[in-house]
Design a protein around this ligand. Structure first.
Ligand code: HEM
Length: 446
């Protein structure tokens, strides 16, 4: 086994840059990838950190040798304070069992009628936009996409109507995620039991979310019929060996995971799509021409989407430039070697889809919004990772892709969205990538 630790910034440089590494992690990751190349290594507080920037190294960690890596990292430990040991943060046998259990809810057959849920929810949002469009008042697209995607995931996976509670629940989600990112970035935070203002806000947000999930479970249990949606699958599930059903805690963790992983990510991707389209009106016009040709004014169905490849390319390119999950982390369970460099046992391994998606070696003119680059597939399977890769690939990737394309199509049929300011938006790399201060946009009816 090679003993060469990867090149990287010195301890002095790291010490000097710590505040900016915390506040602007993406600039730091981009900078070190440009200076040190494919695999970068350094230590913080004695912990070896390895950043992998090359698709072949990423394939090694996420696919070929995935068993040597776990999700026991600061990122996922912080996330599990909200999601518990749901599918996203779980590992090993227990993860595999849960993944197998949940997978049928995301089958092609199940998703074939996703438009039955996505389109009415989108129409309701668009109706609410009419008075704003008439009065010229901007709409906060970031918040609007959060409310919409939460309602969709609630209805599609758990058959519940969250339209009344969406505002409160998305606010609670954002507060909880805010604390998660704060804890993931600041190792020396006051423990959760100390009643700091942040901890109190977090507790309140968690209570709101827990209450919503507990209600979903109890009303389904009271109904006497588990139902055939994902909640029903969780309630009916029995361990093959012991025959035991999932504990209440496990059911709670899985639902919370799906609600959170299944809406904030899609909302972030859609928000950036609207931002990019407003900066590139020619792309909106092109997509609208395609939509008019295929659908006229009729709302899209899932089966229409294959005839709207331009819409698909716009969404793929938005995910390239602004991948909501901008960092993927793993812990090395044993010593390993990646592209000739040593990965010590217990090292934190970091992969940033954002950084990889902007490498000129794989993506010509990487900063430019060019949906046509997706006329052919990505230049390397592991140079495009908005949904991760390998066995831990996002379970909701087809769900998210269909949902987003349906929403983009329906909105484009009725509105042009214009970013209310001439300057570029600032980006906050939180749990997902978000526009700093929201994204107020003006609505122009078609
Ligand atoms: C554009 C939208 C989305 C993006 C960008 C996204 C991104 C990701 C990524 C990168 C991972 C892998 C993380 C890792 O390997 O460490 C992941 C996993 C996951 N995602 Fe998504 N996701 C999206 C939508 C969804 C939706 C709609 C759902 C559910 C309805 C969902 C549920 C999950 C779950 C449960 C996992 C964990 C899967 C496992 O480890 O078995 N995601 N997602």
């Amino acid at each position: 086994m090679s003993k060469t630790f990867p090149p990287g910034p010195t301890s002095q440089e790291l010490l000097r840059r710590i505040p900016s590494i915390q506040s602007d992690t993406l600039t730091f990751l981009t900078d070190i990838s440009q200076r040190f190349g494919r695999v970068v290594g350094f230590h913080i507080a004695g912990l070896p950190i390895i950043v992998i920037n090359h698709p072949e190294g990423i394939k090694h960690v996420l696919l070929d040798e995935h068993r040597r890596y776990s999700k026991d990292t600061l990122q996922y430990r912080a996330l599990s304070t909200v999601t518990g040991r749901g599918l996203l943060t779980n590992d090993g046998e227990s993860w595999l069992q849960q993944r197998r259990l949940a997978q049928p809810a995301f089958s092609r057959q199940r998703l074939a009628h996703l438009d039955d849920i996505v389109i009415p929810a989108t129409e309701a949002m668009l109706e609410g936009w009419e008075p704003l469009a008439q009065s010229g008042q901007p709409v906060d697209i970031d918040a609007a996409m959060m409310h919409l995607t939460l309602q969709i995931v609630g209805k599609a996976l758990f058959s519940i109507d969250l339209s009344r509670d969406a505002v409160n629940l998305t606010r609670a989600t954002l507060t909880a995620l805010d604390t998660i990112i704060y804890r993931a970035r600041n190792v020396f935070t006051p423990p959760a039991f100390i009643p700091t203002l942040r901890n109190l806000k977090f507790r309140r947000a968690l209570k709101t979310l827990n209450h919503a999930v507990a209600e979903m479970v109890s009303s389904r249990r009271n109904a006497g019929q588990p139902g055939d949606d994902l909640l029903g699958m969780f309630l009916r599930a029995r361990d093959e060996d012991t025959g035991a059903s999932m504990s209440d805690q496990q059911v709670r963790d899985e639902i919370m995971t799906m609600l959170i992983a299944g809406h904030e990510t899609v909302a972030s991707a859609l928000t950036w799509t609207w931002y990019l389209l407003s900066r590139h009106p020619e792309e909106s016009i092109r997509a609208r021409d395609e939509i008019n040709r295929v659908l006229g004014k009729r709302p899209p169905t899932v089966s229409d989407l294959e005839h709207l490849p331009g819409v698909g390319r716009i969404f793929s390119e938005a995910l390239r430039l602004y991948p909501p999950a901008w960092v993927i982390s793993r812990k090395a369970l044993e010593e390993d070697e990646v592209l000739g460099f040593n990965i010590p046992r217990n090292a934190l391994v970091v992969i940033s889809p954002y950084v990889v998606h902007r490498q000129a070696e794989f993506w010509p003119e990487p900063e430019q919004f060019h949906p046509e680059r997706f006329l052919s597939g990505p230049p390397h399977r592991f140079a495009y990772l908005p949904f991760g890769a390998g066995p831990r690939l996002c379970i909701g990737y087809q769900f998210a892709t269909l949902e987003a394309q349906l929403i983009i199509t329906r909105v484009l049929q009725q509105y042009t969205l214009e970013w209310a300011h001439p300057q570029a938006v600032r980006m906050d790399a939180l749990v997902t990538l978000r526009p700093h201060g929201g994204l107020p946009m003006h609505l122009r009816k078609i």
